[in-house]
Design a protein around this ligand. Structure first.
Ligand code: CFM
Length: 543
């Protein structure tokens, strides 16, 4: 069927995507492929098991716990209990950056700590080796904290990382040792690991230090991991506005700041998927409300700053935020005005993680580009449809495996930062407190929303739509580029970034301009597209 005909009727595209599958698979995938209607948001099947063999983009629970949430904190020794590969292949690949206060301040991010589990430990147990590893790390570095991460074999052989951690914490005396049961197979994706990490950070770190924090407008930044320096740009803007960042969860963060984070008066959440649990738990225990913000996109950054100022309700802060926006925006506008005529009308597809497939649409909108299809790898229905659907989400066996902490108000430290009446007033002003609208309300009518995109579906989509840019990760990059479509990595940003805030937006506009307007993509012809029969060249064959 002609691509143009298909595009004008996305239900036909949907059929094309699923009609190659066997009936059972087609039935399952069809629930995760929907045609958007921002008015009456359709239900998307999400956070369910991937069809085996379909080639998913997803990662594992260990990746979500160790790599995503705990990895960016610089002064914690993160020991991976497992075979060496789990550590080695996660070593510095996420491009999360950090900036120690002084050149000799603690920073373990560049290290790779592993128990290097061997067959012998799988057969006879690895706890002894784990305790030795903790002792060795302590003797070498004397860190404030050591965290232990379980990989698949640890759960299979039954090593008790929690008991080993407790024993070593007691023995060492001045080092907070705690473990995570984040075996790769838990849950259906890295999303399970986020939840496990949130629970552990909340139990073992948050609230350990009640020292007051100076500053008039104190907040925590939740779900910002400083990929490519994103957090540095947000810190710059906060500082200019006179906003005090108590702790970041967890880009450019320290153990001390997280332990003290319950002294802040607001939590702002960037990546809802990976850290909304923390927002809810801190609200229940300490009375700190949370608010969804987005610092990806210049307009979104300005909007988020205004929301923060509105929350604190201080005239001086509001004026300062407006002054910062007025100072930053013209520089951004000058660049976007120059680039936009070259990007206007072009199309993008975003299939990333659990948050960026939504947020980066704002930057493409600023460039005049349309997102024709988007989806998350591992997000839940609320990230697509908004948090209103939370009560309707069915809890399946895979989710039941993940602990839900029972949190109650702290008898001494619970202190509601806003009264019910004040919260109502803020809501009346349009501030969404403890809310998130999800991706679909912002997407156009008839755009495609696809959860846990398979490899086959990605190829089919590219064939039909020929988008000007495809955003995903390293596993997809070269396959897509061989089809003549540039791929921007929205996980690691390739070699670029930061992309947050005002300076980040400018970086993004320039990078996308360079990619979508590069003539090289039109010159590419895959070997199998060449006209002469039998002309498939294999230039890597040397003889
Ligand atoms: Fe949140 Fe993230 Fe993302 Fe994510 Fe990730 Fe990531 Fe991501 Mo890769 S925490 S959900 S688990 S914004 S590592 S920094 S880019 S998949 S979209």
């Amino acid at each position: 069927m002609e691509a143009k005909v298909l595009i004008s009727d996305p239900s036909k595209v949907r059929e094309e995507l699923i009609n190659k599958y066997p009936a059972k698979v087609a039935k399952k995938r069809s629930k995760s492929i929907v045609i958007n209607d921002p008015e009456t948001i359709p239900e998307v099947q999400a956070n369910v098991r991937t069809v085996p063999g379909i080639i998913t983009q997803r990662g594992c629970s260990y990746a979500g716990c160790k790599g995503v949430v705990l990895g960016p904190t610089r002064d914690i020794v993160n020991i991976v209990h497992g075979p060496i590969g789990c550590s080695f292949y996660a070593w510095l690949t996420r491009r999360n950056q950090t900036r120690p206060e002084t050149p000799d301040a603690e920073n373990y991010i560049t290290y790779c700590f592993s128990t290097d589990m061997q067959e012998e430990h799988v057969v006879f147990g690895g706890e002894k080796k784990l305790k030795q590893a903790i002792q060795e790390a302590y003797d070498l570095f004397h860190p404030k904290s050591i965290a232990i991460f379980s990989t698949c074999p640890v759960g299979l052989i039954g090593d008790d990382v929690h008991a080993a951690s407790r024993e070593m914490k007691e023995k060492l005396g001045d080092c907070n040792v705690f473990g995570f049961s984040c075996e790769g197979y838990r849950g259906v994706s890295q999303s399970a690991g986020h939840h496990i990490a949130n629970n552990g950070v909340f139990k073992h770190m948050v609230g350990r230090n009640n020292a007051p924090v100076e500053g008039k407008f104190k907040l925590n930044l939740l779900g910002e991991y400083n990929i490519g320096g994103d957090a540095f740009e947000i810190e710059r803007i906060f500082e200019k506005c006179g906003i005090t960042l108590v702790a970041s969860f967890s880009g450019n963060s320290t153990v001390g700041a997280i332990e003290n984070s319950h002294m802040a008066d607001l939590n702002v959440i960037l990546c809802h998927r990976s850290i909304n649990y923390m927002g809810d738990m801190m609200e229940t225990k300490y009375g700190i409300p949370w608010m969804k913000v987005n610092f990806v996109g210049a307009e979104s950054s300005a909007k988020s700053l205004r929301k923060i100022a509105e929350y604190f309700g201080d005239a001086e802060l509001k004026a300062r935020v407006e002054a910062v926006i007025a100072e930053e925006m013209p520089k951004v506008k000058a660049i976007v005005d120059e680039i936009r005529p070259r990007t206007e009308g072009k199309t993008a597809m975003l299939f990333v993680g659990g948050s960026r497939a939504h947020h980066y649409q704002d930057l493409f909108t600023e460039l005049g580009m349309t997102t024709v299809a988007a989806g998350y790898e591992f997000a839940h229905r609320d990230d697509y449809e908004g948090r209103e659907v939370l009560p309707k989400i069915k809890i399946d066996a895979d989710s039941k495996n993940i602990e839900e902490l029972k949190v109650t108000a702290d008898p001494e430290l619970y202190n509601p930062r806003k009264t019910e009446a004040e919260l109502e007033e803020l809501k009346a002003k349009g501030l969404e407190i403890n809310g998130y609208q999800g991706m679909m309300k912002q997407m156009k009518q008839k755009s495609l929303v696809i959860d846990d995109l398979s490899h086959y579906e990605s190829e089919k989509l590219i064939e039909i739509y020929k988008p000007d840019i495809f955003c995903a990760g390293i596993k997809e990059k070269y396959v897509v580029q061989k089809m003549g479509v540039p791929l921007k990595q929205l996980h690691s940003y390739d070699y670029g970034g930061p992309y947050t805030g005002f300076e980040g937006a400018v970086n993004f506009y320039k990078d996308i301009d360079r990619m979508v307007n590069n003539p090289v993509w039109k010159l590419i012809k895959a070997p199998w597209e060449k006209e002469e029969a039998g002309s498939l060249e294999a230039s890597y064959v040397t003889q």
